[in-house]
Each structure stands twice: as C-alpha cells, then as structure tokens.
Design a protein around this ligand. Structure first.
Ligand code: PMV
Length: 313
C-alpha cells in the first residue's frame, strides 16, 4: 500500500487575481488530507472518508474521478488503472481550504509510493496542478503548491507558461487566525470562469481592480515581513472589498466577515474561490481568536482555529 498527505491552505492575499498573474500569499494550515492507494481489483474504487460540508462529496465526485484520470495520464500511466483509493485526514472538506489540491497531492504521493515511482516534490506539484484543472478549470497553481510544500508562500503564476515564482516567507511568530465556513459548497471552476468572463466584458473596471490587487499583495508581503499585523489586517479588509467588486463574495461571507471585524479581528476576508466556502480572520493571540471564533459559532457557523506561518507546516 502507498501512503501520502497534502496540506490544507488559506489564501491571505490575491485569490482569483492570482489566476491572471497577480502575486498571491498563501499559508499552509495544520490540517492535511491523507490518502492510501493499493493496486487491486479491476476498476477504480474511491472511499472518501473526509469530514466535509453537506453535499461536498457529491458535488465534487465527478471532478474527483476526472482529477485522478488526469493525474495518471500526467504520470504516463493508464488513466483507467484500477486503483483502490482511500481519502481521509484532518482537513475538512469546506470549499476554500484547498481540499481538492490537498487530496490530489496526497493521492499522487500515495500512487508514487505504491508504484515505486520515487517522484520528487516538484513532480508531485506538477501532477497535482494538472489534477486541479478538473476542479478549477484554469487554476493558478497556488493551491497545489501550498499543498505540496507547505509554509507561508509568495506565489506568482507565470502566465506565459514558464516557471512560476514561489518564495518562502518567514514571519517572526505564527499568528492566530479563525476560519469561518458558510457551510455552502462552492464550485471553484464556475467562480474562476465567471471572473474571467466579467474581466473580458469590463476591461477598464477590471484592469483598475487588478492593479489594486497587485499593489495589495506587495503591501501585504511587506507588512507580514515587518510583522505589522494591524496593517496586514487592514490590507485583508481591502482585499475583501476587491473580491466583492469582482463579485465572488456572498451574503454569508460578508456576514461572517462583519462578525469577525465587530469582535475585534485585525482584518477579515473571504478566502479561496468564494461564492460560499470560507472566510479568514486575523486574530492574533488566543483570547482574540477565541472571542471571534465563539461569536461566529454562536451564529450557527462552523469554525477552525488555527495559525499562519507555522515553521514546520
Ligand atoms: O476555493 P479553493 O480552495 O479551491 O481556492 C481557489 C483559489 C482561486 O484563486 C480562486 C483559484 C486558483 O486556482 O488560484
């Protein structure tokens, strides 16, 4: 049997914009998807035991099968190879946490081990990127990169097809965050395609927003490296406004963002594809984290208390 894991992630700056070449900042979180793969039977069999939002597994089922076929093809294997795949782990199947990329990385690693392919991290990342196309259509690569390597990363897609820029960022001390889930499963592929369509229809408006997003990511990096968390939070708020303008937020996401800010979060924004899924609030210190988390839970939403910038993740 082959085994593998992939990290979950939270995007602090630049989701959606990153697909079109704007830099993004992403942090792996201390939850991961695990996979086990055995070569038996005569058809693909997937047992998905991830704890997930209602309807998540059903919504993603066909994309999951396509992603595995893409993975096998990229590995130079028969896309119909009869594999028995188990997926589980601590990462919740909430849209926005990179669960699809984490599972692709976990499965690719498990296949590599089962078939003794000895694939490098770079190769696993590339395979997971191809698999992500099943879920995101035109992914940036930020999710699979975080799922493969972990850490706090600066990611810039090379939209001409060359090497992407991936840099590890370091912050003085990990900072607490709260991730709030709307409980709504989102279709990342449709969200990414929607932005591309609106961008094409309204070039002037979108060019201006993309310029602002670009500047925000650079400012976010500077503030993180200076450990000016108040500034990081203010920039996250600004990023949320841009995401609202490109129409990827939702009523529930705005509500969770408002609750977090009201309770004293340094900043809050949607994270990932939007349209449902999750939001992230920067809440340095256990006390503030607990205050924000409890307020969101009180409204009936699930939360995850975690940290960004943890060295070993
Ligand atoms: O919703 P998630 O966790 O799949 O994140 C998607 C992030 C996007 O920027 C919207 C797409 C991408 O590939 O970068």
């Amino acid at each position: 049997m082959g085994k593998g894991s992939g990290f979950g992630k939270v995007i602090l700056f630049g989701e959606h914009f990153v697909v079109h070449g704007v830099p993004g900042i992403v942090s792996a979180i201390d939850s991961a998807t695990d996979a086990e793969v055995t070569q038996t039977g005569n058809e693909l069999a997937i047992r998905d035991e991830r704890k997930a939002a209602k309807g998540y597994a059903e919504e993603k089922r066909l994309q999951q099968i396509e992603s595995i076929e893409r993975m096998l093809t990229t590995m130079g294997l028969d896309p119909k190879l009869p594999l028995k795949i188990w997926v589980g782990g601590t990462l919740l199947g909430f849209s926005g946490l990179g669960a699809s990329a984490a599972s692709s990385v976990a499965i690719a690693r498990a296949i590599s081990e089962e078939l003794n392919l000895k694939l490098t991290g770079e190769k696993i990342n590339q395979i997971a990127y191809e698999a992500e196309k099943a879920y995101a259509g035109n992914p940036s690569g930020i999710d699979n990169t975080a799922a493969t390597f972990g850490g706090l990363l600066w990611f810039k897609k090379n939209i001409s097809g060359g090497q992407n820029t991936i840099e590890k960022l370091r912050i003085r001390t990990p900072a607490e965050i709260v991730i709030g889930s709307t409980g709504k499963v989102a279709n990342t592929k449709a969200m990414v395609a929607g932005v591309a369509e609106r961008k094409q229809k309204n070039p002037q408006k979108y060019d201006a927003l993309f310029k602002q997003a670009d500047a925000l990511s650079y400012a976010g990096r500077k503030a993180l490296e200076a450990y000016d968390l108040k500034k990081v939070g203010a920039l996250m708020n600004e990023n949320h406004r841009l995401l609202q303008e490109i129409e990827v937020s939702s009523r529930e996401l705005d509500l969770l963002v408002d609750i977090a800010r009201r309770e004293g979060a340094f900043g809050a924004k949607l994270t990932g594809g939007g349209g449902g899924g999750c939001m992230v609030a920067l809440t340095p210190g256990k006390e503030l984290q607990e205050k924000v988390a409890a307020a969101i839970e009180k409204e009936g939403y699930e939360v995850l208390r975690t940290k960004i910038g943890v060295e070993k993740i």
